[in-house]
Design a protein around this ligand. Structure first.
Ligand code: SF4
Ligand code: SF4
Length: 177
């Protein structure tokens, strides 16, 4: 069966250190001012009963991807393992995809094309760069079609959620809660 790549992040382990953000910059030569991933901290409750949830965010590689549907040139397309990729040569920089993305996951690269997380597909489905440096090992990446994979085990045994499910895009980045 074809792989179906997903990312599973453990909000109970993330300490918002931003190591994932920094290594992504280096690994993918992300230009100044652009980000392929970023971290948010959300505090809930009423003092003193407060709790904070940290989430490392990125493109969700949505199963129903409005960025692909709204790309007039085919630059935004379905890549290996169901990922969402951008062909830099076909991209005209029209920004339709930026307008269509409910997650603000894309940015304009200074060289004129649109950029975003690729799930490190240049590593051909092996560990993503962010995963390798996370000091609390809260980032997991793998094939959800493989019942023996770590991501399948986590999704089967832990409560999890996606960001803004109401957008209807079926994100493939899952957060353990
Ligand atoms: S998060 Fe945005 S850029 Fe990524 S696949 Fe979904 S709609 Fe496209
Ligand atoms: S900016 Fe590029 S990827 Fe985005 S819709 Fe336009 S051509 Fe497609």
């Amino acid at each position: 069966m074809e792989p179906r790549y997903v990312m599973v992040l453990d909000t109970r382990r993330c300490v918002a250190c931003s190591a994932c953000v920094i290594v992504c910059k280096t690994e993918n030569d992300v230009p100044e001012g652009g980000f392929r991933d970023w971290v948010v901290s959300e505090t809930r409750g009423r003092f003193p009963a407060l709790s904070t949830e940290n989430r490392s965010l990125r493109c969700n590689h949505c199963a129903f991807a409005p960025c692909i549907d709204n790309c007039p040139t085919g630059a935004s397309h379905r890549g290996p393992g169901g990922t969402v990729q951008i062909d830099r040569v076909k991209c005209t920089g029209c920004k339709n995809c930026i307008s269509a993305c409910p997650y603000d996951a894309r940015f304009v690269h200074p060289r004129g094309f649109i950029d975003k997380c690729t799930f490190c597909m240049h590593r051909k489905g092996a560990y993503t760069a962010c995963q390798t440096v996370c000091p609390t090992e809260c980032i997991h990446f793998g094939d959800a079609n493989d019942p023996g994979s770590e991501v399948s085990r986590l999704l089967a045994t832990r409560d999890h959620k996606v960001v803004a499910p109401e957008a209807g895009t079926r994100p493939r980045v899952h957060y353990l809660v």
